[in-house]
Design a protein around this ligand. Structure first.
Ligand code: ADP
Ligand code: MG
Length: 561
């Protein structure tokens, strides 16, 4: 009697389901990808109880006839590839023929499908992998209804999270598919509420604006590049749009959302020397690669890929992004001008700045990091680049990172409720946000209010900002809210309350956009305010705000002692 036996189909499918279906969002992904492969132009998603009770994905695609509809639930049944060669020339999102049988083995599925335009389709009911019923149904396109996920695998059901968290993952999944398929309309109705509504868009930029609002796009640089093998389209942070988390970073290869550490690294590396160490860019990277040079058959959920020429793709992305960022940066530096009162302040004082080999002085008193600086020793403040200010006094030289100093001051003011509020904004801001960020902000309006930012729900993934601390008047509210949302979803991090974490994120924004040169008065009051804080020497992230060299230190540095 042999001990080894071949497992029955239902059990085999359950095992396969373990790899493909981790949570409701995995089902949403598979079903949407099937709808995309079926050339749909509209995809509607409906979920209930975070997708645990119900997921319904409906499309207006090609549909299936009766025979195909029944075959679709067989394992390894696919219309997308048929031979060896196809496996290395994949042009569809699906190809494994595993999704439908896997889903059907761990839930109660009802499929409605009919060839496009025919209106004489079929409905099929399957429960835990067993065919229950087939009927005629007057449909065109396809609708798949998935109920009671993991009803027959309680061990897996236990791993599911709250409805809220599962919805979060579903929104994330739809966002990714929507970003790489702007020509398709997507809607999500979660818990009977319209949660996403993205009409067909003319291009990726418009799709991004639909998701993030119009302001968001202003903080991005657009890059298009091509070489023999690869086409790149990217939208990435400009040099004044860094965030405090890795949220909103996307990579697509041949319109498929993927995770790829090497490509991420190539993007980060492009910001070297421009982006502070603990900051993160927002990016949308779309790569088109010859399907023969990329293997998608690596991960059961197709999240990862193997690239034939990883290094050259790394270099390609890195060099193109770096050029674009540098170019944008040059424009930005050229635009860098100081406010009129700062000019008069400079002119009226007896300070003199002279720059070697540059016309910058005529344009304003900004001193670029690249320019050599000569100065008289009596100057009380000298700007070194747009971050550092050197000043003498107290028997030595102090170098101040004025952004860090500002962060410390605002951080403590926010926490202690010492912010100045000129009351409600005359023109409350409307800010559109990605659905996930919107939801988490609304749930936490009260804690956010204690930090001086008063929000209201405007519906349609839009919040109204009714009041903000005066200190944040010029800041990018969209960026701040997005960072607050990231902080909230991260929760409490070690050694610091949630409120402190949020205050640090907000404080950060009040200074990143500090494109302006401070007047002498402003600088004095900044230093005065810094002196009054509990920890004047460190910004809320632990970086120094100022470094002091006494005469003694200088003597040592110059080896005079
Ligand atoms: P795969 O997508 O890897 O081929 P699936 O199990 O997801 O495998 O689907 C099996 C087959 O069912 C597909 O190859 C396709 O022919 C058909 N199918 C699935 N969903 C749809 C849909 N929404 N519209 C039309 N055909 C579909
Ligand atoms: Mg599929």
């Amino acid at each position: 009697m042999p001990r080894i036996k071949i497992l029955p189909a239902i059990l085999r499918n359950k095992i396969a389901a373990g790899e493909v279906i981790e949570r409701p969002a995995s089902i949403v992904k598979e079903l949407i990808e099937n709808s995309i492969d079926a050339e749909s132009s509209e995809i509607e998603v409906e979920t209930f109880h975070g997708g645990k009770r119900l997921i319904r994905v409906s499309d207006n695609g090609t549909g299936m006839d009766r025979e195909d509809a029944l075959l679709a639930f067989e394992r390894h049944a696919t219309s997308k590839i048929s031979n060896d060669g196809d496996l290395f020339d994949i042009r569809t999102l699906g190809f494994r023929g595993e999704a439908l049988p896997s889903i059907a083995s761990v839930s109660k599925v009802k499929l409605f499908t009919g060839l496009k335009g025919s209106h004489s389709g079929i409905s099929i009911e399957i429960e835990g992998g067993e065919l229950k019923e087939t009927r005629e149904a007057p449909v065109s396109g396809t609708s798949v209804e998935v109920k009671d996920l993991f009803f027959n695998t309680p061990a897996r059901e236990k791993f599911l999270k709250t409805n809220h968290t599962e919805t979060f993952h579903i929104i994330d999944t739809i966002t990714k598919e929507a970003l790489s398929h702007h020509e398709i309309a997507f809607t999500l109705t979660a818990e009977k509420k319209e949660t996403m509504n993205l009409p067909r868009a003319s291009g990726t930029r418009e799709r991004i604006m639909q998701i993030y609002g119009g302001e968001f796009i202003l903080g991005l640089i657009e890059i298009m590049a091509e070489d023999d093998e690869t086409r790149l389209y990217a939208l990435t942070s400009n040099s004044s749009n860094f965030r405090n988390s890795r949220a909103n970073q996307f990579i697509f290869i041949n319109r498929r959302p993927v995770k790829d550490a090497s490509i991420s690294h190539a993007v980060y590396k492009s910001y070297e020397g421009i982006m502070p160490r603990d900051k993160h860019p927002v990016f949308f990277v779309f790569l088109e690669i010859d399907p023969g040079k990329v293997d998608f058959n690596v991960h059961p959920a197709k999240r990862e890929v193997r690239l034939e020429d990883k290094e050259s793709i790394y270099r390609f992305i890195n060099s193109r992004l770096k050029d674009a960022i540098k170019h944008e940066r040059t424009e930005y530096t050229r635009d860098f001008s100081i406010s009129p009162d700062a000019v008069s302040d400079f002119q009226s004082s007896d300070r003199h700045l002279s720059l070697s080999g540059s016309s910058v002085v005529q344009e304003g008193a900004f001193i670029s990091e690249n320019l050599e600086l000569m100065y008289r020793p009596s100057i009380p403040f000298i700007y070194l680049g747009d971050t550092f200010i050197a000043t003498s006094g107290k028997g030595g030289l102090t170098i101040i990172d004025h952004h860090a100093a500002h962060e410390r001051v605002i951080f403590e003011k926010l926490l202690k409720g010492m912010i100045s509020m000129s009351g409600q904004l005359l023109f409350p801001l409307q800010i559109r946000l990605p659905a996930n960020e919107y939801r988490i902000l609304l749930q936490n309006m009260n804690i956010i209010k204690t930090l001086g930012i008063e929000l209201d729900d405007f519906g349609h993934n839009t919040v109204i900002v009714r009041s903000v601390p005066d200190e944040l008047n010029d800041a990018d509210m969209g960026g701040i809210l997005s960072d607050i949302a990231a902080g909230l979803s991260q929760g409490v991090v070690s050694g610091r309350s949630l409120r402190e974490g949020l205050a640090a994120r907000i404080a950060c924004h009040s200074s990143v956009r500090g494109k302006k040169i401070l007047t002498q008065d402003e600088l004095f009051s900044l230093l005065e305010a810094l002196e009054k804080t509990d920890h004047p020497d460190q910004c809320p992230h632990g970086r120094p705000t100022r470094i002091f060299y006494s005469l003694n230190d200088l003597n040592k540095l110059f080896k005079r002692k």
